[in-house]
Design a protein around this ligand. Structure first.
Ligand SMILES: NC(=O)c1ccc[n+]([C@@H]2O[C@H](COP(=O)([O-])OP(=O)(O)OC[C@H]3O[C@@H](n4cnc5c(N)ncnc54)[C@H](O)[C@@H]3O)[C@@H](O)[C@H]2O)c1
Length: 261
């Protein structure tokens, strides 16, 4: 399928993990893709993805919490790749701490990256859709923790519940313009973030060996396995496609049946 030929797609956190799975899917379907992430290797990842898929991929180092940098990054993406059609707000962080140890700095980091960062990128993308009259698509990565809080991550859960409120509110504001806004909730997807979770939660919840906690949780997934970044990419591509033109303000789980609400 080449559903996105000629379109420009912006993916935050697109240099690894879930974001790379999303960026790869769009590139495989013909889109020109800008990947923006905090790490310095982002342009190298973009170069490799372009080589593998044969489309233009631009790598940008970006801190999504910095509004001026966000504006510049979208400007550069449009200047290099053409008018924006789709923006995927996927960059995220997690930290894990008991409430008495949870620092204000950690609270702010999670809310800044996971919620404010999504807002700033949506705001910039919306301005660009409006400037070109594009019926654009916004897709925001939330989490199973936007459905249900979890032990030792009140700040992360708050940041992800926030993404759903933001998504629904923007969806209502933009519906008449044909711009859709949806959120996705990945469950357990094996990425670097999950390795951190396995290690830190594992220590806090019962001195698990590396990989043990992950295996226990994966066993509780009705489908009996973790998900892949490619499977998340497939959902995001659907939400960005013409087939999803009448879907907005929705939150869709991609988790093998882990949470059914
Ligand atoms: N892996 C999972 O099981 C899982 C489950 C639910 C939700 N999520 C969410 O999916 C998204 C991707 O997670 P992942 O598992 O691929 O994690 P990851 O750690 O592999 O990747 C995180 C990405 O976010 C980017 N990032 C972090 N801070 C940033 C900042 N300030 N500015 C720009 N980019 C920044 C990083 O550059 C990286 O690309 C996150 O929003 C995460 O909360 C992941």
């Amino acid at each position: 399928m080449q559903r996105f030929s000629g379109q420009t797609v912006f993916v935050t956190g697109g240099n690894k993990g879930i974001g790379l799975g999303i960026a790869r899917r769009f590139a495989e379907e013909g889109a020109k893709v800008a990947i923006a992430a905090i790490e310095t290797d982002t342009s190298e990842v973009a170069r490799r993805l372009a080589e593998e898929t044969g489309v233009d991929v631009l790598g940008l180092q970006l801190d999504v919490t910095n509004s001026a940098a966000v504006r510049e990054a979208y400007k550069e993406a449009e200047a290099r790749l053409g008018p924006l059609s789709v923006s995927v707000q996927n960059a995220g962080v997690i930290t894990i701490a008991k409430v008495e140890d949870l620092s204000e700095r950690e609270w702010d980091l999670n809310l800044d990256v996971n919620t404010k960062g999504v807002f700033l990128c949506c705001q910039e993308a919306i301005a660009r859709f409006r400037a070109t009259g594009t019926k654009g698509r916004l897709i925001n990565t939330a989490s199973g923790q936007a459905r249900q809080g979890f032990i030792y991550t009140p700040h992360y859960a708050a940041s992800k519940f926030g993404v759903l409120g933001l998504t629904q509110s923007l969806a209502k504001e933009l519906a008449k313009e044909g711009i859709t806004v949806n959120a996705i909730c990945p469950g357990i997807i094996h990425t670097e973030m999950w390795d951190y979770n396995d290690r830190v939660w594992g220590k806090m919840l019962g001195d698990y060996d590396p990989g043990e906690l992950m295996s226990e949780w994966v066993a509780g997934i009705p489908m009996g396995r973790a998900g892949t970044p490619a499977e998340v990419g497939a959902l995001v591509a659907f939400l960005a496609s013409a087939d999803a033109a009448y879907i907005t303000g929705q939150t869709i789980n991609v988790d093998g049946g882990l949470i059914m609400s």
